[in-house]
Design a protein around this ligand. Sequence first.
Ligand code: PAF
Length: 284
Amino acid sequence: MEIINRRQRMASLARKLRREHKVIGFVPTMGALHKGHLKLVQNARQMSDIVIVSIFVNPTQFNESDDFETYPRDLTADAALLAEYNVDYVFTPDAKDIYGENFSTYVTVDDLSEKLEGASRPGHFRGVATVVTILFNTIRPDFGYFGQKDAQQVAIIKRLTQNLGFETEIIVVPIVREKSGLAMSSRNELLTSEQREAASIIYKSLLEVEIATEKGVRNTTKLAEIVRNEIETEPLANIDYIAVVDNKTLDPIEKIGENPVLVAVAARFGEIRLIDNIVLNKKQ
Ligand code: PAF
């Protein structure tokens, strides 16, 4: 495994790999790797000749409430894990290399970026869309791997890939969960053991909603109520939002019809804000 720091070197290496007709799988991350990231890497390993993982704590996607400075960074531990998973290249550029002098070009995926998470994290998705565009332009991978846990990020990346004509196929990898059902996240480490246990209520509520749709409930107000009622049985949980929306456009819908539907939840346990989701009515 080779660690590459410079964007130019990454670009020329990727160019050479493409000339050799290698299939390139790319996993963008901000480090602090957990089992969710490793699942993305495993998928990339199965589908590609060459696996590239980027580790870049992207300053433009942090807003006031997020803390860029204190975001966990441990390149040595991350690199050791990635070597175990047979990654070929780790791309670790610094911010100056990604956002050079006079940087003033941003990518905004209008509309999708303002909804759900966008409401409480202004500018976040502009930062994500911009950095992913820069990384895709540098590597031009065949496949890009993203976790379903960040469902809105997935919708945004799919839209930008299509709109900007990237040839990268976006592979969405299912949520990896702890034994309790809690979705894997670096934020879980910040929960007390009591909060961590309590937080499994989110997944329980999503399972309730899945059962309800299987039984024929189609009305989305009713479905959101089922999620709310379940989460409210847990005194440590504070709901931020429950959204039942079209999985592609993230527009609210009244009734489940033909298309896949995303049920997304954000809830706080003490200071820690967690998100999770389930997709209903998935096309097989
Ligand atoms: O999901 C993340 O870790 C980040 O948003 C990403 C896609 C690596 C962009 O910085």
